[in-house]
Design a protein around this ligand. Structure first.
Ligand code: ASP
Ligand code: MG
Length: 468
């Protein structure tokens, strides 16, 4: 059995939805489950809609609602040819569109949007895309049925916006619902990214969550593989816009893919690989528009090629370093915990951490957009405590992540990385290595970022096609 996940640009318009239906049809001999995420850009639209609604911007809300309705109706019209199937799918979309409108208008009137209502809005994208895809599958002669995440069995806690599936309960329910469908030759078409609380409220799993839905379903059904279809061939040795000779990676381990996800190779939901890594179910990243290419397989195999120590190098451009220093931190347990807690509560996600052995300063790398908020929060929280602390923000940096499972226990990798960097006179501003030893990250001046990526790529001969 295979679990396919489609979304975004793969279902951007009617023609592409029909193309997706053909890809599914080409695999009709296998047992299949299809997971959909929203049409291209729709979740971002829904987020803007929520923001405008909570501000009470009624006119803008109306305009956004109108556009969302029109764009989905258009994709529906173009994706399906038969009037009868159009009408059938339209009947599925209509309650969702109406509910979306009621919720957004209600919020705009009240100038208030609770996390629960926001999830009702954000989950609309998948509840609108999946029925259209199911309709397109029916048109190519497949038996397909649409289900919401909750109907498929994805049960979560009530942490709206970032809900966590109750894994065992969900797996049991998924098996009970989907197994008989699949056995009888029906393709379940599941709205990804969304679940249901035990109290019956809709939840969302966090951005990019439909990949997670796909792997969760695969783990429940013990699928042979998960295929995540998008508009790129797979995971690459580097961003091809930066390194011309960047190469597709045929195979990476779960741990490597996890590191690449964090550092932007593919925006993967952080939990995506958890359910499948446990069971060793491979995940294949494939290109909807280039289906002949086999893509990248993420599996339990590590280090197929022992020469391949470093697998990829990524640039994270929009970051900043925050350094907290102060003599009062030396030898004082809990200082780091306190600092990270303040940063987390300010809504900033920490990408890298380093502390000098002297303990007198702690450096953190965060997304640039959230850096100033974190600094303000740190100043308020720490400076009042006495003991002369200083908070410094540097936002003219780029972070580089060098990733590969084979770095573990292989001496000399860091020396090779930094030797190369220094030979070009590039200044390293901060260094961190995770204890997993599968990634070395460091910051350089922003102006040197791309050059550094290209340099590492060539020093480790990542463009060498003879390697896996
Ligand atoms: N549509 C959701 C998002 O854009 C979920 C997903 O794409 O996986 O985050
Ligand atoms: Mg996505």
């Amino acid at each position: 059995m295979l679990v396919f996940k489609f979304g975004g640009t793969s279902v951007k318009d009617g023609k592409r939805v029909r193309h997706v239906a053909k890809l599914v049809e080409a695999n009709r001999k296998k047992h299949l489950v299809v997971v959909c995420s929203a049409l291209d850009g729709v979740t971002d639209e829904l987020i803007h809609l929520s923001e405008d609604a909570s501000k009470g911007a009624e006119r803008v809300v109306e305009e956004r609602l109108r556009k969302l309705r029109i764009s989905h109706e258009k994709v529906l019209r173009d994706a399906l040819r038969k009037e009868q199937s159009r009408r059938r799918v339209a009947r599925l979309l209509s309650p969702t569109l109406n509910q979306l409108e009621r919720t957004a208008r209600g919020a705009a009137t009240l100038r208030e949007l609770t996390p629960r209502s926001k999830d009702l809005i954000l989950s609309s994208g998948e509840r609108l895309s999946a029925p259209i895809v199911a309709g397109a599958l029916s048109e190519v002669g497949l038996k397909a049925d649409y289900l919401t995440g909750g109907e498929a069995g994805v049960i979560t806690d009530d942490n709206f916006g970032d809900a966590m599936p109750l894994v065992e309960t969900s797996k049991l329910q998924i098996r009970q619902t989907l197994d008989p469908m699949v056995e009888s030759g029906t393709i379940p078409v599941v709205a990804g990214y969304i679940g249901l609380t035990q109290a019956g409220d809709l939840t969302t799993l966090g951005r990019g969550g439909s990949d997670f839905t796909a792997t969760l379903i695969a783990s429940a059904l013990m699928a042979d593989e998960v295929w995540i279809w998008s508009d790129v061939d797979g995971l690459m040795t580097a961003d091809p816009r930066i390194v011309k000779h960047a190469r597709l990676l045929k195979q990476v381990s779960y741990a490597e893919a996890g590191e690449m996800a964090v550092f932007g190779a593919k925006a993967l939901h952080p939990r995506t690989l958890e359910p499948v890594a446990e069971l060793g179910i491979p995940v294949r990243f494939r290109n909807t528009f280039n289906p002949r290419n086999e893509g990248t397989v993420v599996s339990a195999k590590t280090n197929v090629d022992s020469r391949r120590v470093v697998k990829s190098v990524a640039l994270i451009g929009d970051v900043a370093i925050i350094t907290v220093s102060g003599a009062s931190m030396v030898g004082k347990p809990g200082s780091a915990a306190r600092i990270f807690d303040v940063v987390a509560k300010s809504g900033s996600n920490i990408l890298m951490i380093s502390q000098s052995v002297s303990e007198s300063n702690i450096g953190m790398v965060v997304k640039r957009a959230t850096a100033q908020k974190a600094v303000n929060a740190l100043e308020i929280a720490l400076l009042g405590e006495g003991g002369l602390k200083q908070v410094l923000l540097e936002d003219d940096v780029s972070a580089i992540a060098v990733i590969g499972g084979g770095m573990r226990g292989t001496p000399g990798i860091a020396a090779k990385v930094f030797g190369a960097v220094s030979s070009r006179g590039i200044n390293v501003r901060m260094i961190a290595q995770g204890s997993s030893e599968q990634n070395i990250s460091f910051c350089v001046d922003q102006k040197d970022g791309k050059q550094t990526v290209a340099l590492i790529h060539s020093v480790f001969e990542l463009d060498d096609k003879s390697q896996g």
